[in-house]
Design a protein around this ligand. Structure first.
Ligand code: IMP
Ligand code: MG
Length: 179
């Protein structure tokens, strides 16, 4: 595992992003929509730094089922039915190709929020395949598969307090265990 961002660097990036969000919304009430499960750490750290009246909810969207290749998207939006007229901020772990955020945005826009913006911890500029961009980004990173601080490979590593890039020997270990 190659360490890319240490816990202190992650906290610093999240704090900067929180400051931008506080500046953008002022004291306007805001609803955070966390995209699970990858954004779990970011949500926990980010919401504690936001100063406006806040509601926090989640949606489920998994585009990487058991692989590093994008697959099916599942979104459950039950609690979101009451968000018409509210200011919403989507929060996700990473903007990779951008397909996930574009699809979630499309579906949530149909619920007619007053405004809809997005914030991500990480962005892989080199992989972007859509025209839309997140409104808030804590870090731009190189095109490597990263894990930790909420991000997973085959549902593992989410608990790492740092952000790491998987190396060939990490992947080989998975292959071994599963064969
Ligand atoms: P996108 O639809 O290609 O932008 O992919 C976004 C989703 O893919 C994220 O919410 C992650 O769950 C997953 N993903 C993309 N890149 C990585 C990575 O490097 N590590 C772990 N998960 C990733
Ligand atoms: Mg995700």
């Amino acid at each position: 595992m190659k360490r890319l961002l240490e816990p202190e660097q992650l906290q610093e990036g999240v704090a900067k992003m929180a400051a931008s969000i506080n500046e953008m919304y002022g004291h306007q009430p805001l609803t955070i929509v966390g995209i699970m499960t990858g954004s779990v750490m970011l949500i926990a750290d980010l919401v504690r730094l936001l100063e406006m009246p806040l509601r926090v909810g989640i949606v489920l969207a998994s585009s990487y089922r058991n692989s590093t290749v994008a697959g099916k998207l599942e979104i459950s939006t039950d609690w979101l039915l009451g968000v018409r007229g509210h200011h919403l901020l989507l929060v996700d772990d990473i903007f990779d190709t951008g397909h996930t955020l574009v699809e979630v945005t499309r579906q949530i826009r149909e619920l007619e929020p007053a405004s809809l913006r997005s914030a991500v911890l990480l962005r892989k500029r080199a992989r972007c395949a859509v025209e839309e961009q997140p409104d808030f980004v804590a870090f731009d990173i190189p095109d490597e598969f990263v894990v930790g601080y909420g991000l997973d490979y085959r549902d593992e590593y989410r608990n790492l307090p740092y952000l790491g890039a998987l190396e060939p020997e990490d992947l080989a270990r998975h292959e071994e265990r599963e064969s």
